[in-house]
Design a protein around this ligand. Structure first.
Ligand SMILES: [Cu+2]
Length: 168
């Protein structure tokens, strides 16, 4: 009788051990799948962070990107000032656009977040206009190699807040 009990206990222990081991394996394979996917997406996507501050400056004046890859760009206003006083956006213009003419129109376009309707064809992509502490992320792909101007189109900011995006 004692012997039988031991065998029984051993059998239960074996079942528990095996099922436990199976569960662990399941968890491992479940965790592996999304990690691989995230890795693949990470390799496909170029991430760029640009900051604008209360001193009316971007932290970058030149950005290099690969042609044809998905770009995830975040603009972060790291200052404290209000959008109406120190608003910042990030606007990418098509090559050949007259930046000064664009900025003049943009300054009058507060109703459309400083993206003038008359200049829409000259804009590749743009973020929202942000106040202190806010951020906006946009996704885009550059399909043609070249040098593109970017600027903040908030009134009178472009003289200080501009730069070049080089797509290769
Ligand atoms: Cu600005």
């Amino acid at each position: 009788m004692k012997g039988l009990k031991t065998v029984f206990a051993l059998a239960i222990a074996t079942v528990m051990f095996v099922s436990c081991g199976d569960k662990k394996q399941d968890k491992a394979s479940q965790a592996e799948a999304p990690t691989t996917e995230a890795k693949a997406e990470k390799e496909e996507t170029v991430r760029i962070l640009i900051t604008g501050d209360d001193q009316m400056k971007f932290n970058k004046s030149e950005i290099k990107v690969p042609v044809g890859k998905k770009i995830k760009l975040t603009l972060k206003h790291v200052g404290k000032m209000d959008k109406n006083v120190m608003g910042h956006n990030w606007v990418l213009l098509k090559p050949g656009t007259d930046m000064t003419a664009f900025a003049e129109q943009a300054a009058k376009a507060s109703a459309t977040d400083y993206i003038p309707a008359s200049e829409k064809d000259n804009v590749v992509v743009h973020t929202k206009t942000l106040g202190g502490g806010e951020s906006d992320t946009i996704e885009f792909t550059i399909t043609e190699a070249g040098t593109y101007d970017f600027l903040c189109s908030f009134p009178a900011h472009f003289a200080m807040m501009k730069g070049k995006l080089i797509a290769e």
